[in-house]
Design a binder for this molecule. Sequence first.
Ligand SMILES: Cc1ncc(COP(=O)(O)O)c(C=O)c1O
Length: 411
Amino acid sequence: MGLHLVGGISSAGRAVPPLDGRPLLIDRAEGPWLWDRDGRRYVDTALGFGATILGHGPEPVIDATTAAIRSGSMPAFAHAGEEAAASALAALTAPLTSVVFTSTGSEAVHLAARIARVATGRGLVAKMAAGYDGWYDDVTLGQAGSAEALMRANSRPRRGGTLLLRYNDFEDVERLFAESDDIAAVLIEPMLANAGCVPAAPGYLAHVAAVARRHGALVISDEVLMGFRLRAGLTAPAEGVEPDLATVGKAIGSGFAVAAVVGRPDVMRAAEGAGVRAGTYSGNPVATAAVLATLAELKAADYPALLARGDRLRAAIVAAFAAIGRSVSTSGFGTVFTLWFADRAPTTYAEAAAIADAELTRRWHLALRRRGALVMPFPFGRLYLSFSHDEPVCAELASVVAASAGDLDGA
Ligand SMILES: Cc1ncc(COP(=O)(O)O)c(C=O)c1O
């Protein structure tokens, strides 16, 4: 491993254990496949942390971004691609039709929270305990695996302007608003994906939104991960929530660095205030070309077929382990799900934390890697499917899982 790159990685999420003393270094990616520097090919399920929903390197996106690079990737001044991409995005996120592009999801969440504060004149934002809304200071509070995520203390955890809310606890949101009248927004996620795809209880998110509204707070749906993962649009409306603001990223750009805040036009006008937003790379021509080309593909994509394929894969994984006498379960959706080494998937973060098995997950990663598939090596990790994961690819993945199921004790 190199001597200069701290820890050998640029983002903590990239940490994977060595296999036979060798670190994993990826050389090339295409469709559902990754190749390492030794030329070994893997079925990929990490998919750029969910960013490459069309698969790696989709031709239309490569063509559009290459053309954008050739025309000048950094003009500093406004360019036509920005409005074109914003209008394509807005058409799919209506009624949230006002758009600001950023380069990362963390930035988008940061901006959405700032817009909510400016628009309401209030100072606090509540986020879900064990939720992940990016790596900026305040919102890292209560990430899955942290002590605060379990909310065991008597007082509500707070860092700077961020408070925690207990996920899937209908009463806690009432308590939250009884405790403070300075809450600008509640930051929800359609599913606690980064805590191992813990689904929202039926009616929970709609309840949170109703209570927030009753107290004059806004609802921000953080869909950096879940946006465009179940349909070509936002996921919150399927959970009965019409947010005031939403953040999207990952899937909208096919792996290029782009994210966005989309919002109700009246609320987003607050973003026009001096100093609310900036960003050297925000809305650059390569990013907006990637968005435009990706959204055109996603609009025509067959989500129900991919979700069904993913659900069949989940069932095949459970069956492969059952065949060797080990109970496992899965949570989430066909396009993003978590495997649990337990006979029942969690419905709360406390349950997820109790059944998370770091050692077994690490061994599962190594066993699959030996046989040609890559899964995230840590508990709360997710398997993603892209539109390039067709039947034969899913069948290959299922057979790698079946072949390696018995290796877990020795991997
Ligand atoms: C729900 C959610 N919000 C925000 C982020 C942060 O996005 P980025 O990594 O692009 O900064 C992520 C990234 O995983 C995410 O899953």
